[in-house]
Design a protein around this ligand. Structure first.
Ligand code: ZN
Length: 247
């Protein structure tokens, strides 16, 4: 695949349902974009306090407030490892998540404010995670609406349609996931590992996602013939590739 140029004019928006998703599924890609000067904005919709903090709840005296506090610290440390400075946490409830009309407007505003070339978020199918499926549709809908001049929102300007890419779900095959785009993360893989290590409630996932990066790296080499690719992250596309030539 032809290398796409990333520079200071590149704008990437990442929307993560829970605290850890942006790391497991796109941490290497985020760090790579930042390393090459892109503007990266991150929205974390929830702390994942109910659904993705199991280890913390082993403590019988645990409280919701404390779980969120720990997760907030972990997010802070992990974003530092990736170089992310522009992030916000909406603190929606997770498991199960729902979005209000206000949340929909907020996402629309965010997209019009960032004017992203690329949006990374959850793909439409995740066999074990209804929150991820909800977020997929939530972001897709806001992205499409953001392009319409008739959708009036004070102090916002319509945006061009962003290219949207779906994260790899945890249980890829069971969720009918097939890589459609594979991004080489060799140069930022160590940053991804450092960021994964910040999530104490999900230590069991680190080996899993390290193995995943190796497998996707192998596929990156096989599909491209470029033997420098060691680690990679895979995504699906929401829209077809469009260009003046094949890529
Ligand atoms: Zn999640």
């Amino acid at each position: 695949m032809q290398e796409t140029i990333i520079d200071k004019d590149t704008r990437l928006l990442v929307v993560s349902a829970h605290a850890g998703d942006f790391i497991w599924r796109s941490g290497g890609t985020i760090a790579k974009y930042i390393k090459h000067g892109a503007q990266v904005s991150l929205v974390i919709l929830s702390y994942g306090a109910r659904g993705e903090s199991n280890d913390l709840w082993n403590d019988l005296n645990q409280t919701m407030e404390n779980v969120k506090k720990i997760r907030r610290q972990e997010i802070e440390e992990a974003t530092k490892q990736l170089g992310v400075t522009d992030y916000e946490i909406w603190d929606l409830q997770d498991y199960h998540m729902s979005v209000t009309d206000q949340d929909k407007e907020r996402m629309l505003r965010k997209i019009r404010e960032v004017q992203p070339h690329v949006i990374l978020t959850h793909g439409p199918k995740d066999a074990f995670n209804p929150d991820h499926e909800l977020v997929s549709n939530f972001v897709f809908e806001a992205s499409v609406l953001s392009t319409s001049n008739g959708v009036r929102l004070e102090d916002t300007k319509r945006s061009k349609q962003s290219s949207i890419f779906g994260f790899e779900p945890h249980q890829a095959e069971i969720s009918d996931f097939k890589p459609e785009v594979i991004i080489d993360i060799t140069e930022t893989y160590e940053q991804k590992v450092a960021a994964m290590n910040c999530f104490k409630a999900q230590k069991h996932l680190i080996d899993y996602y390290s193995a995943k990066a190796l497998i996707r790296g192998n596929q990156a080499r096989r599909c491209s013939g470029n033997n420098e690719y060691q680690y990679a992250e895979a995504f699906t596309r929401f829209f077809p590739y469009v260009g003046g030539t094949f890529n």
